[in-house]
Design a protein around this ligand. Structure first.
Ligand code: BYC
Length: 471
């Protein structure tokens, strides 16, 4: 199995020292990355020792080396999954032909745009979360946040490697621009909407890591089916890291739900807020908001871009090689609910044009599994409350539903009706202010904020009381 060479200035398993030009370009980018990290990366505990996991090799078990490190000294590097011998193009017009080790001229711009869009999300999320540790509900949570942050930083490295190694001068310029755009910046915002939303509280962070990072999982899985083999190998390794981010989100919300039930039980009026907790209705509103925002990240339901990505083999379907036997998706149709004359009607469209929607459906099913797990946890706490996922048409700002209004069940409603109900369905300013008012730091080992239950176990066999951040 390919181990990672940590003796080099940039740890890597791509034999970087054999390519002097690329090595020089990446070594030039490295101090810029560190400047960026220092200015818009984690601003709290930024020079403390944090108990972090670092990859040591790219095989299934080899990537988890744990130890206390200061974040700016984290060994970010370039790690690709091992090549699959004889791999062929999984999908599209050229399915079955050998994969590409270089970028074909005709796809250069499209592929570069896809890689830049993916890459742009990685530093964006670090920027969004840079102040969160200031109000961490425990050191365990601060540590998990930092683990997510350093790995998003490494995902940026992975994408920058592809840009610099395969796209020449253009790629180097794009790599620089990735450090210039900034989440929420008026003049130079990040590319996709969800990555310009503020992340000022931990309920948002847990929703973001549940729903938005999960979009990352599905987009990376689609890119892992790419004909461009270096992209596929890069995404395959990134996916192994992504699993922990999803765990942080899912378990985080589960702990808030459990605590909410416990606190409402302690209150004579069954009011979790009166006991300093977050009521279940508010949690549901955050779920509605972040599920909808994350659905937008899949692009329009009907997309010629997506059809072209699929036809040319740049992106595949989720688990294309495993789940499908027919890989061209030609002469097949998909039924989509469209809006005509202000009413929903079912229309059949060519399957290739519905690739974004197919991926979104896989994603939504995965989200349902998470909701079920949360509802099991609620039942265990003896609560009858059930968290629900809103309909995929609800509160969309991208795609074919974005010009209309829908209720939580996906029924079309008037703008007035939406307006009248929106604070029942989505967090109001008062809800947000209330949640933010609870965000008080608990930075003592083994202590946990009142509004969230402590986790059942710690990280890597350690207890919750372990000193995850030394300060
Ligand atoms: N916001 O045909 P359309 C992650 C643009 S998350 C703003 O509908 P297409 C992570 C679109 O770019 C995963 N703009 O969509 C998670 C296009 O613009 P142009 C990120 C949007 O092209 C947490 C136009 O609208 N990975 O990894 O079929 C933490 C019409 O496009 C949005 C990727 O995104 C939006 N939400 O598909 C850290 C994968 N949606 O070209 C990390 C790479 C669409 O007309 N990207 N637009 O100027 C892609 O595969 C595709 O670009 C998209 C859009 C799926 C995003």
């Amino acid at each position: 199995m390919a181990s990672i060479n940590y003796d080099e200035r940039i740890p890597n398993n791509v034999n970087l020292s054999s390519d002097k030009r690329l090595k020089k370009a990446l070594e030039k980018w490295q101090p810029r990355f560190l400047d960026w990290w220092n200015v818009v990366g984690p601003q709290v505990f930024s020079n403390n020792e944090v108990y972090l996991r670092t990859a040591v090799s790219v095989d299934r078990d080899g990537w988890a080396h744990f130890g206390h490190v200061k974040m700016p000294e984290y060994r970010w590097g370039i790690f690709l999954a091992d090549p699959e011998q004889g791999r062929v193009i999984p999908a599209g017009d050229d399915a079955g032909k050998p994969v590409w080790q270089e970028v074909p001229g005709e796809y250069r711009n499209t592929l570069k745009r896809l890689i830049v869009t993916q890459a742009d999300t990685e530093p964006a999320s670090v920027e969004q979360q840079r102040w969160l540790a200031q109000t961490a509900p425990s050191l365990y949570d601060a540590r998990n946040l930092f683990q997510v942050n350093v790995e998003e930083g490494r995902h940026l490295w992975a994408m920058v490697y592809l840009l610099q190694a395969y796209f020449g001068k253009d790629g180097r310029e794009e790599a620089d621009m990735l450090l210039e755009r900034c989440s929420g910046d008026e003049d130079k915002p990040r590319i996709l909407d969800a990555f310009n939303q503020p992340c000022s509280d931990w309920l948002t962070f847990f929703c973001f890591t549940t729903f938005t990072d999960r979009d990352g999982k599905y987009q990376l899985a689609a890119l892992a089916e790419s004909a461009f083999d270096p992209l596929s190998r890069t995404c395959r390794f990134m996916l192994t890291e992504e699993a922990h981010h999803l765990f942080v989100g899912q378990k985080g919300i589960e702990r808030v739900l459990r605590r909410s039930v416990q606190l409402s039980r302690q209150d004579p009026n069954g009011d979790a807020r009166a006991q300093g907790g977050i009521d279940l209705d508010t949690i549901q509103k955050y779920v509605n908001y972040w599920f909808a925002y994350s659905l937008d990240l899949f692009g329009s339901e009907i997309s010629t871009n997506a059809a072209d990505f699929f036809a040319s083999g740049l992106k595949g379907r989720y688990q294309e090689a495993k789940k499908y036997t027919e890989h061209t998706a030609l002469n097949q149709l998909k039924t989509i609910s469209m809006i005509e004359n202000d009413a929903l009607t079912e229309k059949e469209i060519p399957l290739r044009n519905a690739m974004n929607e197919l991926l979104r459906e896989e994603y939504a099913e995965d989200c349902y599994r998470v909701i079920k797990a949360w509802n099991r946890a609620l039942k265990k706490e003896k609560s009858d409350f059930q968290i629900k996922l809103p309909h995929t048409r609800f509160f969309r700002r991208q795609g074919i539903y974005s010009d209309h209004h829908f209720d939580l069940e996906g029924n079309m409603i008037s703008a007035e009706e939406f307006e009248a109900n929106q604070h029942k369905w989505l967090p109001s300013l008062a809800d947000r202010e209330y949640v933010i008012s609870l965000m008080k730091p608990v930075h003592e080992p083994g202590k946990c904020a009142n509004w969230i239950a402590a986790p059942n176990r710690g990280i890597n066999g350690n207890s919750f009381e372990f000193e995850y951040v030394r300060h």
